[in-house]
Write a protein of this length. Structure first.
Length: 484
């Protein structure tokens, strides 16, 4: 587009040239907006407004034909040391009338009428359709239209369609819509019904395929979904898992937010009647304070707290103990099964008297317990593990104690692959990109140089030694009685 030129040497009232003077150009249309100026006749390039005269006071710009208000000044715009203003300066071959036609009064003339209409409207690159001095505008740029204003929004009475199938996206990875509002019964339809998301009162139905949340692979069971990131915001909401086949009952599991910060899971039958919780997780602040597992008739079978493990419904037996907690393991308190079968023994031989007699060197003691789970008003009888270890270290359980550990915060960073929508050449494509998930946890870590210490007495082993001593004493008593 060829543009008109304005040029002059800027002088003051005495004819003195004003190098670096400022030139401000505004249109004479309503509002007097700053005019778009160009440094070249073909409309290329960019020129500021205001701009400055050169060192010889010469100033020049190109603009579309029309009438302009040209202001020349030195110093600050708000407090100039010199100022001159020219009004209605005409630019263009036919002054102000060659490219711009104005109505006689504001809102005083239409372009065409209801019966006589213009056939087409051709606008140049960067053309603007402006309603009510900027209330709403449509501005053209290369391969694009920008809508602005319209504080009350845009309305459409018919469907908005892309020019071709799969030919346009709603937004892009860089420019996204803020919200999507759909009416009751709305349907989101993918590929002509391949997968649909349909709304009804208080419900969303997914049909035609599987729903996958997060980055896990889709499962192999029709009509189900898997997730690695599910958030339920309503404190009374529940999350229902339902199998597509199986027995009539116990086909569903309900995971819900219960009372007192309890998150629980329950098995349901087809009538959504619950047979009781199968697990409960209790939260205290940002930490888990308790985990419980339930058996038949909703009876609690196992409870795990920060410092204890319980088996509330464990059965009873007349059999001897056959479990051992290894306090020397890492982590501590490994649960092991204690056995006595010869199948687990080698190099078996009778106990030598010198070892059995060491039991007589043990010193029984009376004491009160410091353990929080013991009755502080009671007294106890037993042996000191440290004293027993000096007599025979095999009669002692060796382990690490609380002061042998440090509480260390561990940060674990896991990288997973996630699908992300990206805008490539105006089309939305899905690409797989790495995504980091950071998990912070606290762990008891054994201090460097920590040594195993006598932690408990193996009273069952003491009884074995006593048995050998008692048997020998019995024989001696029998021999002495025979001599009487």
């Amino acid at each position: 587009m060829v543009m008109a030129i304005w040029q002059a040497t800027i002088v003051d009232g005495a004819g003195n040239v004003l190098p670096g003077a400022h030139i401000e150009v505004r249109t004479e249309a309503a509002g007097g907006a700053l005019a778009p100026l160009k440094p070249n006749r073909d409309g290329s390039g960019t020129l500021g407004n205001p701009f400055d005269a050169d060192a010889e006071g010469f100033a020049q710009f190109f603009a579309s034909a029309g009438f302009y208000k040209i202001r020349v000044y030195t110093g600050a715009s708000g407090a100039p040391t010199f100022e001159r203003i020219w009004r209605y300066v005409p630019l263009g071959l036919a002054a102000g009338s060659d490219n711009t036609n104005y109505p006689i009064t504001d809102d005083g003339a239409p372009l065409g009428s209801g019966s006589l209409r213009w056939s087409d409207l051709f606008l140049a690159l960067g053309g603007i359709i402006n309603w009510d001095n900027g209330d709403v505008t449509i501005t053209h740029s290369s391969d694009g239209l920008a809508f602005a204003g319209a504080a009350n929004g845009y309305t459409f009475s018919a469907a908005i369609k892309p020019a071709a199938n799969d030919g346009g996206a709603l937004g892009s990875s860089a420019l996204k819509w803020s919200d999507l509002f759909l009416a009751s019964g709305a349907v989101i339809d993918f590929n002509s019904g391949d997968v649909t998301i349909t709304h009804s009162s208080n419900e969303i139905a997914v049909a035609g395929g599987r729903l996958r949340l997060g980055s896990v692979a889709a499962d192999t069971f029709g009509g189900t979904f898997q997730t690695d990131a599910l958030e339920i915001c309503n404190t009374s909401a529940s999350f229902l898992l339902k199998a597509t086949s199986g027995a009539a009952n116990n086909r569903m599991m309900d995971i819900a937010h219960g009372p007192s910060n309890i998150f629980e899971g329950r098995f349901l039958d087809d009538t959504f009647s619950t047979g009781g919780s199968i697990f409960q997780v209790t939260r205290s602040g940002n930490s888990i304070s308790q985990i419980s597992l339930f058996g038949g008739a909703a009876v609690e079978q196992f409870r795990l707290t920060a410092s204890h493990a319980y088996f509330p419904a464990v059965g009873t037996t007349a059999s001897a103990a056959n479990a051992f907690l290894n306090s020397g393991s890492s982590p501590v308190n490994e649960l092991l099964r204690s056995t006595s079968s010869l199948a687990y023994k080698r190099d078996v031989e009778p106990l030598q008297e010198e070892y059995a007699n060491k039991v007589l060197d043990l010193q029984p003691i009376w004491y009160r317990s410091k353990a929080s789970n013991d009755n502080p008003d009671w007294s106890w009888y037993g042996l000191g593990a440290e004293d027993v270890a000096k007599v025979d270290p095999r009669l002692v359980q060796w382990g690490y104690q609380d002061d042998d550990f440090d509480l260390v915060e561990t940060v674990r960073v896991e990288t997973i692959e996630r699908e992300v929508e990206m805008d490539v050449d105006g089309k939305t494509v899905v690409e797989t990109v790495p995504h980091e998930i950071k998990t912070v946890s606290q762990e008891r870590v054994l201090k460097e140089g920590a040594q195993l210490k006598p932690d408990g007495v193996m009273y069952d082993r003491v009884a074995v030694l006593l048995l050998d001593v008692v048997k020998r004493q019995g024989k001696r008593i029998a021999a002495l009685e025979a001599r009487l």
